[in-house]
Ligand binder design. Structure first.
Ligand code: SF4
Length: 411
């Protein structure tokens, strides 16, 4: 963590306002609730065309799209309510690796300083140590929040394309998300598994059409594949074109960073210190990350029994057929999860979602052109910048897949 704000503020007694970027709206709302439970006035930023324009006016134009989008949303939020910068904290995690994510918090710092907001703080836990710096209880609650958001999204995507009454699945999602965020904010942690179970039953009770749709795996850069504004709601577009979308989850990245730490500890740190570190990481991996992953996944078995995530080591192993693990960052996950969507879930197409100017996205796009034949399905590589309609590229592919499915059903 590069900057660690305390709960106290420098002006008056008001609680610090913690702004959380809306990468995935469900995860962001749950994280905000966790931070509210420990004393922050946590709020989810709003991103739209206007806030992106604000961000672009403060950046050079060559940054990957989530950067101006989050900066613009922050500046717009602070200016809209004329907030005192000393009361504002931005939650902006960071990462190393061959991409620009590690620079976001630094660039934001420079821009807010130029605006004269040098008392504004940036909370920036790092992927390098699996987001240490927050206290353990908060990290575990945030991890549970990520799992809940991933599973709720998974159930939504599983049911929504087939619902008889339009909006039914979204209503269930919103209803239980409200209950879960309220429970987390009120520190009623024990209610969360009950609500997950109830949400599963409610999704399963939605009347659905008996039809078959081609499954499309959505992989790629984590921010843009999950962010409905930047990706023009790619999953809903897949559904409108006759398909069913399945999305690589947020948890994949957290598990990946933890897995990398373990590999590096094994390879780089010798002696007693290395052994202690390896034991700590192994315990954290098993008793925190995977334990809760299994526990929460089991609550949704009724709907997702055949859609649970592969172990992260399998995603990495699959990705290593194309890239060495030492090439760190999202590329290996994008390639590995795409291959597993085809092999495990029998996806009929892949969408590789990347922000414009994304470095891992450019690498995976060039590689997918080679491995598309090996996967034997179409891979649509879309670059998003918050303008235009990049999802138009899905129209011919979905038309082909739906026609093919109809023909095989009638054969
Ligand atoms: S993964 Fe791509 S979009 Fe995300 S920070 Fe890195 S370069 Fe930018």
């Amino acid at each position: 963590m590069t900057v660690s704000p305390g709960i106290q503020t420098t002006s008056g007694n008001s609680r610090p306002i913690l702004f959380i970027p809306p990468m995935d709206i469900a995860a962001a709302e749950i994280m905000a609730a966790v931070f509210r439970s420990i004393g922050y006035d946590a709020r989810v930023l709003t991103e739209n065309a206007e806030t992106l324009a604000v961000g672009l006016s403060y950046t050079s134009g060559g940054e990957c799209a989530p950067c101006p989008s989050t900066i613009g949303a922050l500046i717009a939020a602070v200016q809209k309510d004329n907030l005192p910068p000393e009361n504002v904290v931005l939650f902006m995690p960071t990462a190393c690796g061959p991409c620009r994510f590690g620079q976001y918090s630094h660039l934001t710092r420079r821009i807010v300083d130029k605006l004269g907001w040098n008392t504004m703080r940036i909370m920036s836990p790092s992927a390098e140590n699996s987001y240490m710096g927050l206290n353990t209880a908060t990290r575990i609650r945030l991890w549970k929040g990520v799992l809940v958001a991933d599973l709720m999204r998974k159930m939504l995507l599983r049911i929504r394309p087939y619902e008889r009454e339009s909006g039914a699945a979204d209503n269930v999602m919103n209803f239980y998300l409200d209950l879960i965020t309220d429970a987390m904010q009120q520190k009623q942690w024990r209610l969360v598994p009950d609500y997950m179970k109830q949400a599963t039953d409610a999704f399963a009770a939605i009347p659905v059409r008996n039809e078959k749709r081609p499954l499309v795996g959505v992989v790629g850069e984590i921010y843009v594949r999950l962010n409905l504004f930047l990706n023009n709601d790619v999953c809903r577009r897949i559904e409108a074109l006759g398909g069913e979308a399945a999305m690589a989850p947020i948890s994949e990245w957290i598990l990946y960073t933890n897995h990398l730490q373990r590999i590096e500890a094994k390879d780089c740190r010798k002696g007693f210190a290395g052994m202690t570190e390896r034991l700590r990481l192994a315990a954290e991996s098993e008793f925190v990350f995977h334990r809760y992953e299994r526990k929460f996944a089991a609550l949704t078995d009724r709907l997702l029994h055949d859609r649970h995530e592969p172990h992260i080591s399998k995603v990495i192993a699959e990705g290593m057929r194309y890239l060495p693990w030492q090439f760190q960052g999202e590329s290996i996950l994008t390639l590995g999860r795409a291959a597993l969507f085809v092999k495990r879930e029998k996806a009929r197409a892949i969408v590789n979602a990347s922000p414009m100017f994304c470095m891992p996205g450019t690498i995976t796009t060039s590689m997918f052109s080679k491995i598309e034949n090996e996967l034997n399905i179409p891979v649509v590589c879309n670059f998003y910048d918050g303008s235009g309609d990049a999802n138009q590229s899905l129209v011919p592919v979905m038309h082909y897949l739906c026609s093919e499915m109809k023909q095989t059903q009638h054969a």
